[in-house]
Design a protein around this ligand. Structure first.
Ligand code: BGC
Length: 746
């Protein structure tokens, strides 16, 4: 391809408009006379969904490895593993001729009921952002573009095409945008997908503040923005706001509107040119790998899917160390529940993968531990309903076995794109099976297949062990067996809080909204931030997960006891494996302010690491914090702000199992503007390296010297930049100030 700008010069207005919408459901337009190829976009986050009939939106798709869904992967808390899985996804995409994979989905889990929670990572923007960044890095290292979605505040499926998410700016910045900001700054994805919903009254697909001021100007995103499939409302307004590509295509009516808008002067042609440049830049990037894609090793990918699934599983409860099961002691096992033979391993909607193969727990058990005598009983109807005869047969088998493992979860169709759940209930046939089996068999283990929290209060106290297997992809049945039998020591931790009941959850009153609006009334108090602040005991807290070994924490060392706004702090913690098996521990670092002028979470996750330790082995885990990690967002000052004072550094095995802590003092307040403009104070300009330089160049030397000579506490530094004209005795009018701002933006 020729250089992009040259191509743009040679394209006609009509060709440029046509390039801004797809040629088909999954392809961009080609322009043959200029050698511009078309590229292919395809779902989805945890496996490729490439329709058999290439240009159809739905229908059957070609086989691909179904890796664990994001909700499961997040429980691994393992950046390296996520990177590895994303590389495998990239290899499958390339082999299938796909250039852009539509993932990762990074939306926050505001309520357990969102139908797509299984496609998302966490209730915490740091955890979700770190893992999504690893995903983007892994995928893009293969030459395939990631597409981070759904931007932004797309946290429910009810009225998903129209709902207006009403979210205050602080909450957006600290939670709902923070996750995108982390991925974009850290991993530089080549594309972002805007969401269907409105944000504070404006459709995301035509939200200039969101798509241009925040995404591009403040965070430096230089990739392409594509609409969610069918998210475009007003195409011309969208283009002007920063939406480059409309999908699916073709969209001749909207192409014509773009042409018309340019002809009548409603839309500056330069805006269209920029969108086309971004589209062509992406085309160029993803079509450049010249070496042919190697064929996919389907078996190796299945093995990776199994290893990943096992690493995601969370041991929620293990009384009396019932697990791991031991074939020499547990000679007969009753595997109960239809999900033992046909695991639920993914959700519904556009992310649904046609797996290359599946492995159930039943099949795997016979392979891994053939010496154990296995009896399998379905226990409940396939739709989850109760059936007296099925239940009786299962209970009878449980009674005579050494141990019973009950496989339950949310059946197909419960968790899906397009609608939300109404409650957290497990099907009644599943609940009846657990309760009846637990009555006759004290050694009952429950294995859960679900992508979001379910009600457990009615039975969790009656069983000694619970393994959360999640929606962990095509090898999840086998991976569950690996963990149950101790071939893999569980190391997953919850990436979201498991509440006792729905009424306890933070968004209970404000979900799914009323009259087309959903107000994020809980503000920044999402997930554990809420349970901590309200001092509510959840069933299983964020970050919780057991192991077959034990770990000791400490000592904890800080490189300093005070920190200034421009300084960083090293935190070192020693962890030791005090048990008898090799294992991995996810060490979590939270930060909490002792004082604040605004309502702040008790603590927030600011670091984590997963360490592998042999029995008796100790290792240091290092974290680096800066003053920004102590900050909250102040919309009035349009800045990240941290007040001077004491902050707790809390390190633990879960959000409710803090093992060691220390305190650091912030000696001077932090005030970090997100973006400088006329309204920003002179202080913000003077403390920002590029801002200070722009002022020095633009201001009369005498005025600049006067400003620079002031102590930071001076009232002059408190003035918004635009008020400087008052002091400049005519040397600096409003247009000169606008030029300073423009110069900074480049
Ligand atoms: C979903 C996206 C998906 C797209 C293409 C939309 O309905 O919201 O996540 O990538 O369809 O299938």
């Amino acid at each position: 391809m020729q250089p992009v700008q040259e191509l743009v010069r040679q394209l006609t207005l009509e060709e440029k408009a046509a390039l801004c919408s797809g040629a088909t459901a999954w392809r961009t337009e080609a322009v043959e006379r200029l050698g511009i190829p078309s590229i292919v976009l395809s779902d989805g986050p945890h496996g490729l969904r490439r329709p058999v009939r290439e240009d159809e939106l739905g229908g059957p798709s070609v086989p691909a490895t179904c890796f664990p869904t994001a909700s499961a992967m997040a429980c691994s808390w393992d950046r390296q593993l996520v990177r590895e899985v994303a590389q495998a996804l990239g290899a499958e995409a390339r082999a299938a001729g796909v250039h852009v994979l539509l993932g990762p989905g990074v939306n926050m889990k505001r309520t357990p009921l969102c139908g797509r929670n299984f496609e998302y990572f966490s209730e915490d923007p740091y955890l979700a952002g770190e893992l999504a960044a690893a995903y983007v890095e892994g995928l893009q290292s293969t030459g395939v573009s990631a597409c981070v979605k759904h931007f932004a505040a797309n946290n429910q499926e009810t009225d998903r095409m129209t709902v207006d998410a009403v979210v205050d700016e602080r909450t957006l910045r600290e939670i709902y945008l923070a996750v995108f900001e982390r991925v974009i700054r850290k991993a530089r994805p080549w594309s972002v997908m805007c969401s269907y919903n409105r944000l504070n009254g404006v459709y995301a697909s035509q939200h200039r503040w969101l798509l241009t001021e925040v995404l591009r100007e403040a965070w430096g995103f230089d990739g392409l923005v594509v609409s969610d499939w069918g998210a475009v409302e007003d195409r011309v307004a969208g283009l002007a706001a920063g939406l480059d590509l409309e999908m699916p295509g073709p969209s001749p009516a909207n192409d014509a509107r773009i042409v018309e808008a340019v002809r009548t002067g409603q839309l500056d042609e330069a805006v269209l040119d920029r969108a086309v440049e971004r589209i062509l830049t992406l085309v160029q990037k993803v079509t450049s790998p010249s070496n042919p894609a190697p064929p996919v090793d389907v078996d190796a990918h299945h093995r990776l899917a199994r290893r990943a699934a096992a690493a995601c599983m969370v041991l929620l409860k293990n009384e009396g160390a019932l697990l791991p099961l031991q074939p020499d002691r547990h000679r007969s096992v009753a595997l109960l529940g239809g999900m033992a033979a046909a695991p639920q391993f993914q959700g519904g909607g556009s992310s649904r993968v046609n797996p290359t193969r599946t492995e159930s727990a039943l099949e795997a058990w016979r392979e891994v531990a053939p010496e154990v005598s296995v009896s399998y009983h379905q226990g409940y109807r396939q739709d989850g309903g109760r059936d007296a005869a099925l239940l009786r047969a299962a209970v009878d088998a449980a009674r005579v076995a050494d141990v019973a493992v009950v496989f339950v979860g949310l059946p197909d169709g419960v968790e899906s794109e397009g609608y939300d759940r109404k409650d957290m209930a497990l099907p009644e046939g599943h609940v009846a099976l657990i309760r009846e089996v637990a009555r006759v068999q004290p050694r009952t283990v429950v294995v859960l297949h679900n992508g979001a929290p379910v009600d457990m209060a009615g039975w969790v106290g009656q069983v000694p062990a619970v393994l959360l297997a999640g929606l962990a992809g095509q090898a999840s049945g086998a991976a569950a067996v690996d963990v149950l039998l101790g071939r893999v020591n569980p190391s997953g931790k919850l990436a979201e809080t498991y509440p006792t009941r729905l009424e306890q959850t933070p968004a209970f009153f404000d979900f799914p909204g009323e009259g087309g609006h959903v107000r994020y009334g809980e503000r920044v108090f999402i997930g554990y931030r809420y349970y901590d602040a309200r001092d509510v005991e959840p069933l299983f807290p964020f970050g919780h997960g057991l192991s077959y070994t034990t770990f000791a924490y400490g000592p904890l060392a800080l490189s300093r006891s005070t920190i200034g706004p421009d300084e960083s702090l090293d935190v070192t913690l020693w962890v030791r494996n005090t048990g008898e098996r090799a294992g991995q521990e996810v060490v979590q670092l939270y930060v909490g302010p002792r004082q604040a002028r605004v309502a702040r979470p008790v603590k927030e996750l600011k670091g984590f690491d997963k360490v592998a330790l042999a029995p008796g082995e100790s290792r240091p885990v290092r974290f680096v914090l800066t003053a920004l990690d102590l900050a909250y967002y102040d919309p009035a000052r349009r800045a990240w702000v941290a007040e001077p004072g004491l902050y707790d550094i809390l390190v633990g095995a879960s959000s409710r199992d803090i093992r060691v802590q220390a305190t650091v003092e912030l000696t001077q307040g932090l005030h970090a503007e997100t973006r400088l403009d006329e309204e920003s104070t002179v202080r913000a300009w003077m403390q920002h390296p590029a801002g200070r330089l722009a002022l020095e160049r633009a201001l009369p030397p005498e005025l600049f010297g006067r400003l620079a000579g002031q102590p930071p506490t001076s009232f002059l530094w408190e003035l918004p930049l635009k008020k400087l004209s008052l002091l400049s005795q005519g040397a600096l009018d409003e247009s000169a100030i606008r030029r300073v701002v423009a110069a900074l933006r480049g």
